[in-house]
Design a binder for this molecule. Sequence first.
Ligand code: DGL
Length: 265
Amino acid sequence: MPDRRPILFFDSGVGGLSVLAPTAALLPRAPIVYVADSAGFPYGTRSEGEIAARVPALLGRLAERYDPRLIVIACNTASTIALQHVRAALDIPIVGTVPAIKPAAALSQTRVIGVLGTEATVRQPYVDDLTARFAADCTVLRHGSAELVELAERALGGESPSPDRLRAVLDGLFAQPSGDRLDVIVNACTHFPLLEGELAAAAPHTVRFVDGGPGIARRVAYLTRDQDWPEVRPAGRAVFTRLDAAAQALAPALARHGLAVIESL
Ligand code: DGL
């Protein structure tokens, strides 16, 4: 019998699709379950205590229900706050998503990089630590935006964000001292790569964007390298903790990501 256990991707909303896509491309037969904690969305404006209590408990329920071989926390906010708690609670490999400061620092010519995340992510000590380890010679500007998360959710449903709103969000980085020399932006929220083209077009000068998706895909492929997969990938599942009309309306976009079945937890 082939091993049909899925890889489970977890986010507060649809942002984790930016992590699912490169992983699914690298592992074409992997069964996939995608979970959006829509009942807890958004995470970025919650407290550390709320995230640290909610995420491990929810992932415990999900692990029982879907028996995943590996879990990807496809959310920077949940990972920078709760990764250790989840690893302590579950006996399954857990891959987290943390701001891609290391690749950004490797790319930057001007040594000024931006970290664009949720308000919760940009204030985490985890970001201080990544900065000290990988970007000590860079000026690292940070900005948190709940609005950009909302705009990305709506964009997946087909609603294009206004360039003016995106410019206003980006100003949070470019208007800081040294912002005029910024040459690389870390998309430190998994929702933001969904708007990368629009953000690039709205930026006041050319910048490169990096995110954790491709690195996570390689990590998942490495961790599952000796495992067995079904002959053909089964239809993926999208699971919502609150399955309302807004979630149902995402069906076509989810189907484009191979998630043909939609259900509630
Ligand atoms: N996609 C999430 C992240 O990577 C969080 C978005 C939110 O719920 O605020 O941080």
